[in-house]
Design a protein around this ligand. Structure first.
Ligand code: FPP
Length: 243
């Protein structure tokens, strides 16, 4: 089934940047009669699989919403467990990232992360910085409104009395230098953006699937890309102007 789906993908029209809201870990754990953290641990398998699939397809940027600013409101045990899982995963997967020429990058308020998470992250970012294959971006302690406000405050300092152009604003965001995502996938049946890449998703195609994140595998990614390729992206124009 993987191969049949893979054949349907037009390699010349791949999205350059895919973003993912990985949702449903808790429900997956509950379904399996396990604590929520069990779901997050199994979500890491999906992270590996999707990263590998995007890398081999030739997608240039993959952004994963790993921890939102709002996620601090979860029970302390879950937050601690998630932070620990992030540190372990980043350390464990560093060699895989290097072997696969993947550059790690992060967006969000990294200063607000526990020091162990920040240290592991910064080290992996530095060690992979000369890789020139796919860029894997982890959104950590991220919220789009935080990023927009942060950019606005930076611009107030650097451009005190001038008009701000769209490109100035884009350059002041933590996603600076990264093309806007063409495809945003959200798993688990929820149909919300949840404070993710609000500026960057102005023209992004949204794809929602009922599959829970720990069940999301390569064929699910291929289906999302095929669906994306079957859409007509008009950017405000009419159909005849595009074709
Ligand atoms: C959402 O499911 C998932 C998260 C908030 C965390 C996602 C994190 C991982 C998969 C581990 C990340 C690891 C790396 C290295 C990126 P939920 O808990 O909101 O699920 P629910 O809606 O069913 O409760």
């Amino acid at each position: 089934m993987d191969e049949r789906l893979l054949e349907q993908i037009d390699k010349s029209r791949l999205p350059q940047h895919v973003a993912v809201i990985m949702d449903g870990n808790g429900r997956w754990a509950k379904k399996n009669g396990q604590p929520r953290l069990f779901g997050h641990h199994n979500g890491v398998k999906s992270v590996r699989e999707v990263t590998e699939a995007c890398g081999s397809l030739g997608i240039q940027y993959l952004t994963l919403y790993a921890f939102s600013t709002e996620n601090w409101n979860r029970p302390e045990m879950e937050v601690k467990g998630l932070m620990g899982l992030l540190v372990d995963t980043i350390k464990k997967e560093l060699l895989t990232l290097l072997d696969n020429n993947i550059r790690l990058h992060a967006i969000g308020n990294l200063e607000g992360l526990p020091s162990a998470t920040r240290t592991a992250l910064v080290e992996a970012i530095q060690k992979t910085s000369s890789n020139d294959g796919m860029t894997l971006i982890l959104a950590l302690n991220y919220s789009a409104r935080w990023d927009i406000l942060n950019a606005t405050n930076k611009l107030l300092e650097t451009h005190p009395n001038t008009q701000i152009r769209e490109e100035d604003f884009t350059a002041a965001l933590s996603t600076s230098g990264v093309p806007d995502p063409e495809l945003l996938i959200r798993t688990s049946g929820e149909k919300r953006i949840s404070n993710f890449l609000l500026w960057e998703c102005a023209y992004t195609e949204l794809y929602f699937t009922n599959t829970l994140w720990p069940d999301f595998r390569k064929p699910d990614l291929y289906k999302a890309i095929i669906d994306f390729q079957n859409r007509e992206r008009r950017f405000g124009k009419i159909s005849e102007q595009i074709n």
